[in-house]
Design a protein around this ligand. Sequence first.
Ligand code: 13P
Length: 340
Amino acid sequence: FSYPDPKLQKELRETAEAIVAPGKGILAVDEVNEGIGKLLAAIGLDNTENNRRRYRQLLFTTETLSEHVSAVILFDETVYQKTDDGTPFVELLKKNNIIPGIKVDKDAVPLFLSQDEVTTQGLDDLAKRCAEYKKQGCRFAKWRCPLKIGENTPSVQAINDTAQVLARYASICQSEGLVPIVEPDVVLDGDHDIVRNQQVTEAALAAVYKALSDHHVFLEGTLLKPNMITPGQASSKKNTPEEIAVATVSSLRRTVPAAVPGIAFLSGGQSEEEATVNLNAINQVTLKKPWALTFSYGRALQASVWKTWAGKDENTKAAQLELLKRTKANDLASQGKYQG
Ligand code: 13P
């Protein structure tokens, strides 16, 4: 078999490396309309296209954001939206040296005859959609597959399905010149302990990288977006950031090839401070780590921003300062230099 031609390899590799440049990470603002609708409702705003646009404009017009953020993940609608003065968001981001990317999965649906497990849709027309997003200025994509920990789950059925779907997605993205961010998300729900999460995450990652290899995915032009290894949210056992960090780095070392340039964690329901402190501890682990380890946070970069903005124009500057505070903290954490 063969790899992409050298020109495409170079483009993919350079984009992936730029996204995980030292001290930089990803701002994930790819909430689907239904998801952002809940956040808007919480501050008393209707889920209109204009309100969704106003919120994203607040984020993208934050001055000096690019000191800590290399890339943003957009939702389809956002790719075509503009600022109040008519500048397309994608143009504004590019001008500010921030790489636009796009969520391309079409969310989870039930896996028939499984124990409440899911698969993720969106492969059928993916090449066509990737080509269109590339034309619009996107340089990478994201696809999330959730896996749930239960007594008998994730099943072999769900793990193999996740691996195959992510591998097909990654291969299609690369064929259209987009860097795939591969996101197998072992979700935080459940009362399992950290050891169980580690076992499940290692099994899932091993399956994912076997499938990526089978599909000839050029690993140097990909990024991984995994969960950290933590106990379940409802677990009675808690672990220190150092324990979480050692479990996380150990799992990644066992399963993720050194050819992958970077690993950008999801926050998955951790608080803002927790996500930062854990990322910092991960970067302080003394085991050899061949990849950049950084953030691709959604909720853990935006919770304070939503609270401060509260839908009011006069709060825009203060909300932008909250965004800078969180992104700066995670910039430091991605270098193991966060002091709290
Ligand atoms: P969270 O950091 O809120 O988990 O979101 C990241 C993301 O993009 C999930 O797919």
